[in-house]
Design a protein around this ligand. Structure first.
Ligand SMILES: Cc1ncc(COP(=O)(O)O)c(C=O)c1O
Length: 425
């Protein structure tokens, strides 16, 4: 991309709209204030229930015409990330089970399945409901459920989608799942969630895990499918060698438990785990059957910093996601305010950066505002200009938006509903 910011009165925008449809700077401002055609198209489509398919644009649009803040995905970079990952796994023993917690978008889940993923992982029952509605599956829910209400939803969903799988990490939960499945007349597929050291969910490795797996295998309305060994803290260990070392050591202990389960006569076709940070490590762990990669689709600033096999930047996948923001006010010299603040980015990591302009730093300026410090900008930024900002942490940022704007270069192609946005129940 040659230029990082553009006002609507510049030639490229005019060319797209034709001579008789030239938009002036004033028209541009009014159209962005009322939301613009893309925002309206999105709302209309959601109202008629098209939450799972791309929404076509009513008229051609340029990136710079979008109402901001807008979440934008570069479709070529996304496609390259998807293909890189899927090609890597094409001749590996392990398979891919991408995690949809990152994108929450059935359109992207379908692209992953089309490229050969064996299924899609989701974290919550409500995400699973959205994916089933969108015809996405088979699904694995990677977090246990613990209430009657969620159990009822799980059972209803499993009746609709018999390939649905759920993890468990407690004996009482196994009894509840079995009673529920029996009551509705289904055989529910269950995976044992192991605590690999994150101490987040999962049963301790060793004897108690074997007992739990045995209980699932004996339960008449449950089918034991395998184990999940996700190690979240190890995805972000800085330095590929250090990551590999710690991950291999942990998975070695996991495989001892898996071996004990098999010695007890249990059938475990699935051993699932891993993520983007260990995609090329998990694939080499003997006995792992699939990898639950999530962030690779978009990548984010935080992940890049953990380092890759060949250097200090983890650049096997490149950022495909950014937030488009508009400079809206310049109360003092040397700084300019954009319309994207805490409500536009997850704030648990470092602040975003300008994607295209050097010599400018972003700091949060409140819920709706960001302040750009114009230290030594490589391009001028004035009120009305748009800038692209990087994503510090992709998953929780995506969850702040209803739509992904799919762009190629400077053309907006389609709008993809983030159907799972806000589905954290
Ligand atoms: C259970 C589980 N699997 C897979 C992932 C995907 O991880 P990543 O985004 O690092 O690829 C996550 C992310 O938090 C997760 O919780």
């Amino acid at each position: 991309m040659r230029r990082s910011l553009r006002t609507a009165s510049e030639p490229s925008g005019q060319a797209r709209h034709g001579a008789d449809m030239r938009i002036t700077r004033r028209d541009f401002f009014s159209s962005s204030i009322v939301g613009g055609p893309v925002a309206l198209a999105g709302v209309a489509a959601v109202e008629v229930g098209q939450r799972h398919r791309p929404i076509p644009l009513p008229e051609p649009m340029r990136l710079w015409d979008l109402a901001t803040p807008a979440l934008v995905v570069d479709v070529d970079q996304l496609d390259s990330n998807l293909r890189t990952m899927h090609q890597f796994y094409a001749d590996r023993r392990a398979s891919l089970r991408p995690h949809a917690k990152t994108h929450k978008c059935p359109v992207i889940a379908r692209q992953q399945l089309d490229l050969g993923a064996i299924g899609i992982a989701v974290t919550k029952i409500s995400e699973a409901e959205v994916m089933v509605e969108g015809g996405v599956g088979p699904l694995l829910i990677t977090s246990p459920i613990a209430t009657r209400g969620k159990l009822a939803r799980l059972l209803a969903l499993a009746r609709q989608a018999p390939s649905l799988q759920i993890v468990t990490d407690r004996l009482q939960n196994v009894r509840d799942l079995n009673d529920g499945a029996r009551a509705v007349g289904i055989r529910l597929q269950v995976i044992i969630d192991l605590n690999t050291g994150d101490d987040r969910t999962g049963i301790a490795l060793g004897e108690s895990a074997v007992t739990l797996a045995d209980a699932v295998a004996r339960a008449e309305s449950l089918e034991l499918v395998g184990v999940q060994a996700y190690a979240g803290r190890l995805q972000h260990v800085v330095g590929w060698e250090a990551r590999r070392h710690q991950y291999s050591e942990t998975m070695g202990r996991v495989m001892e438990t898996v071996a004990s389960m098999r010695q007890a006569g249990l059938n475990l076709p699935v051993v699932t785990g891993g993520g983007t940070g260990t995609y090329d490590i998990n694939s080499e762990v003997d006995g792992m059957t699939d990898t639950q990669v999530g962030s690779y689709v978009f990548m984010d600033d935080n992940y890049r910093e953990v380092g890759g096999r060949s250097g200090q930047v983890f650049d096997d996948f490149e950022p495909s996601l950014f937030v488009l923001a508009t400079a809206i006010s310049q109360p003092v010299e040397g700084r300019i305010t954009v319309d994207a603040g805490y409500k536009a980015f997850a704030t648990d990591k470092e602040p975003p950066r300008l994607r295209d302009i050097r010599g400018v730093t972003y700091q949060f300026g409140g819920d709706e505002h960001g302040i750009l410090e114009l230290t030594d900008p490589s391009e001028p930024i004035t009120v009305g200009d748009k800038v692209r900002l990087t994503i510090p942490h992709c998953d929780p940022t995506v969850n702040l938006y209803d739509h992904l704007h799919a762009v190629r270069g400077e053309d907006v192609l389609e709008v993809w509903p983030i159907a799972g946005r806000g589905r954290s129940q």
